[in-house]
Design a protein around this ligand. Structure first.
Ligand code: CO8
Length: 260
């Protein structure tokens, strides 16, 4: 697949996706959402893709938010539709069943921070800045920020960021749990690929069940979530990879997973 707003490279079983509108600091527009949607749908059914890295083109920004030029001309129904379709795309990424890593190489603001939060893990360059500045534009986050931020870092910290509208650096973002790890800027790309490859080498069915258990379980009462975990545990125990993983442990050798 070729895209207008995305650069996509496959490195073995890792898909490197670069949001590519550097002159607008990779701001998310309708075209980018429809291309991301197609890309995620393709990655979902491609057994050769086991992990994704998402990053921004250029040296300045991961994603500086929704495209404010497009936003400015929307009426209420257009804005509702834009928010809902962005939410659907980020939801599809979150529920892909394959790990995704946001490599935050600069500004991750508004929709950019929301995209990073829809990824499984987040690495940020030490120069990166994150925030939800929507309030200062007279709007609220529309791509999941008002919900994912509180779930990720807690309601109090989320409200401070959402209401303040300011930006925080990568070190502070790591301290409050918004990102997993700060990386020197020059090492971000290689570190993100290295981590993605590590995850891609894990047994993919166990990874999928694990992601399902964590994401679907989070929205369920504990009793139902535990039932879901036990059911997925049972499913994972029926895989050839489980037999290989346990046998390899007992035989003191490295497992060879086949994804079955
Ligand atoms: N949308 C469109 N263009 C943008 C955006 C954006 N979000 N951000 C930057 N650009 C453009 C600038 O207009 C500029 O273009 P040009 O060169 O043609 O003038 C170019 O990118 C470079 O930007 P700057 O000159 O501003 O670069 P600076 O280094 O001076 O500043 C900043 C960088 C601080 C990142 C600054 O550009 C900025 O504040 N950008 C906007 C950040 C922001 O407010 N983001 C949130 C957007 S709203 C959002 O994401 C809501 C999501 C939910 C929507 C729900 C649907 C309705």
């Amino acid at each position: 697949m070729t895209f207008e707003t995305l650069l996509v490279e496959q490195h073995g079983t890792v898909l490197l996706v670069t949001l590519n509108r550097p002159r607008a600091l990779n701001a998310l527009n309708g075209k980018m959402f429809s291309e991301l949607s197609a890309l995620i749908a393709g990655a979902a059914i491609d057994a050769g893709v086991r992990a994704l890295v998402v990053t921004g083109a250029g040296t300045k920004a991961f994603v500086a938010g929704a495209d404010i030029t497009e936003l400015a001309s929307l009426d209420a129904e257009g804005a509702r539709h834009f928010a809902a379709s962005g939410q659907a795309v980020f939801g599809a990424l979150e529920r892909l069943g394959k790990p995704s890593i946001a490599a935050i190489n600069g500004f991750a603001l508004g929709g950019g921070c929301e995209l990073a939060m829809a990824c499984t893990l987040r690495l940020a360059a030490d120069t990166a800045e994150l925030g939800q500045p929507e309030v200062d534009l007279g709007i609220i986050p529309g791509f999941g920020g008002s919900q994912r931020l509180a779930r990720l870092i807690g309601r109090g910290r989320a409200l401070a960021l959402l209401l303040g509208g300011g930006r925080i650096g990568a070190v502070e973002a790591e301290r409050i749990g918004l990102i997993n790890r700060v990386v020197p800027e020059a090492e971000l790309a290689s570190e993100a690929m290295r981590l993605a490859q590590q995850l891609a080498d894990k047994p993919p069915l166990a990874v999928r069940y694990l992601l399902n258990a964590v994401y679907a379980g989070a929205d369920l009462p504990l009793e139902q979530a535990l039932l879901l975990e036990a059911t997925l545990f049972g499913l994972s125990a029926s895989t050839a990879d489980m037999k290989e993983g346990t046998r390899a442990f007992l035989e003191k050798r490295k497992p060879t997973f086949t994804g079955r």
